[in-house]
Design a protein around this ligand. Structure first.
Ligand SMILES: *Cc1c(COP(=O)(O)O)cnc(C)c1O
Length: 251
């Protein structure tokens, strides 16, 4: 077995064990494989190991890799039944002048933090693709360096985003302050879980808590995560090649 297939398997085992501990069904948590900085070949390796849900943070890099991966899969399957499609998730910070390619090439966006970005995504979403699935990113740690809307403003933004056409609001996402202290991890995830409970009184269809990464997915699952975003535990250490990662993203 290759390193990526082994990483996926180990990660699925961690999720299953955390679900057991949380007394939640094993299929209650989806795994998003975060492939940022890794080449299209790594995505294809994970795909061949049976994984179809991928997350990217940098738009230009992502667009190139999506095109490469889709072309590769199309070339392999000429005349055969099409393989299971890949679900692409955008999880990075969004500049409002870059919303069109995001709306055109992704199935999900986790990082909406202001109404203007949501409106622009809605305007740019091609009708034939069906609604773009979106989450609102919340700054649960209150650190100034972090992206995301303040928890106190999240409910109002959720109400407005839920009213936009061509978007389906699914829930909330967070990147907590990095800490190895389990209690502090859980306290931050609990802020997001409580927000979702409150928001469901207004938008009952909300079903997504996008929280938990390589270092803290167990704590997130104990607090109700429905989707964990895992990069390094699957693909290995990231090499940014001299480029600076965003301030609030895990390195
Ligand atoms: C990079 C990244 C991840 C994955 O982080 P790991 O610690 O490698 O699992 C998850 N979410 C976001 C938003 C990221 O930018």
């Amino acid at each position: 077995m290759g390193a990526i297939a082994a990483g996926l398997q180990a990660c699925r085992a961690r999720i299953a064990e955390a679900c057991r501990e949380a007394r939640r069904p094993p299929d209650a948590v989806r795994l998003l494989a975060v492939s940022k900085t890794f080449p299209a070949a790594a995505i294809l390796e994970a795909y061949r190991a049976g994984h179809t849900v991928f997350g990217e943070s940098y738009l230009q890099e992502a667009l190139g890799k999506i095109a490469q991966v889709e072309a590769e899969l199309a070339a392999e399957t000429v005349g055969q039944t099409p393989p299971p499609p890949i679900e692409w998730h955008f999880i990075g910070p969004i500049q409002s002048n870059k919303t069109r390619p995001i709306a055109e090439h992704f199935d999900w966006v986790h990082s909406i933090d202001r109404l203007k970005v949501a409106q622009r995504l809605a305007d740019a979403r091609p009708v034939e693709l069906g609604p773009l699935q979106v989450c609102i990113q919340v700054n649960v740690s209150g650190e100034a360096s972090k992206h995301g809307i303040a928890p106190a403003e999240a409910l109002d933004l959720a109400r407005r985003v839920a009213g936009l056409p061509r978007l389906t609001l699914r829930g909330f996402m967070c990147i907590p302050a990095e800490t190895s202290d389990r209690a502090s991890q859980r306290a931050q995830f609990r802020v997001l879980a409580e927000l979702l409970r409150g928001a469901r009184a207004v938008v009952p269809s909300l079903d997504t808590l996008s929280m938990g990464m390589s270092g803290d997915l167990e704590a997130a699952i104990l607090e109700g995560a429905t989707l964990v975003r895992v990069g390094s535990a699957i693909f290995g250490r990231r090499d940014y090649g001299g480029r600076k990662p965003e301030q609030d993203e895990p390195i």
